[in-house]
Ligand binder design. Sequence first.
Ligand code: 13P
Ligand code: ZN
Length: 270
Amino acid sequence: MKDLLTAPFMVEMIRTTANMYAHGWDERNGGNISLLLDEGEVREYLDTGKVIRNIPTGFAAPELDGRYFLVTGTGKYFKNVQYAPEVNLGVVRLTDGGQTAALLWGYADGGQFTSEFPAHMMSHVARLAVDAQNRVVMHCHPANLLAMTYVHTLDEREFTRTLWQMCTECIVVFPDGVNVLPWMLCGTNEIGEATAEKMKTARLVVWSQHGIYGAGKDLDETFGLIETAEKAAEIYMKIAYLPRINTITDEQMHLLEQRFGVKGREGYLD
Ligand code: 13P
Ligand code: ZN
């Protein structure tokens, strides 16, 4: 059996949490990540028959029965993951129609998966139905996206169009745009269901006055997705109170669509 701490998915998870902390997106225990793993790759590092303990999830997700995830722990600080991965992360297998998470490794201080586990697992179900390559759900609290939810309309078309206008490559990186939830109580099945519903049509879902969810095929790509949206929000927050005399026009957006072979969300461009 190989050492789990040398697994490429583990190394990437540790680097990603450290990088997200360095970007200021994950103060204290803010943020959480879940990464879908192949049973085959887990078996190289862990005896999948050895369950440390079973943890009830509080929801059902039959689509994910038998699937393995590497998940950040609740109350854990992203800045600390690199120093104590076995305390701050866990590898779980969903069983019992998703109602139980069998812990195979981690949460060594008796902890458990993130309080946002419902939003993560339900979002995996939603994204896997759209794209079988989707493996990552990532949540964090980037300052400018959050700030934007205080001063910008939460209308999804308007919110998306503003972000697209802030950097030329935004429409290329997130042509589906950004979906937006109003403020909701976090850590609940309700916000999980609402997030998953929004994940059916976009890979980015803003939680107003809280943060953002991103989904993608790997950690790097999902990080880059949030990074791009946050950069656009930063530009917006720099210019929002100034008279705007230039912008990226819809005509120019159509040129970008052609050049990069993408299609902006239906009805979002004139
Ligand atoms: P956890 O520490 O439970 O992951 O919660 C952090 C967070 O960002 C809640 O939305
Ligand atoms: Zn949060």
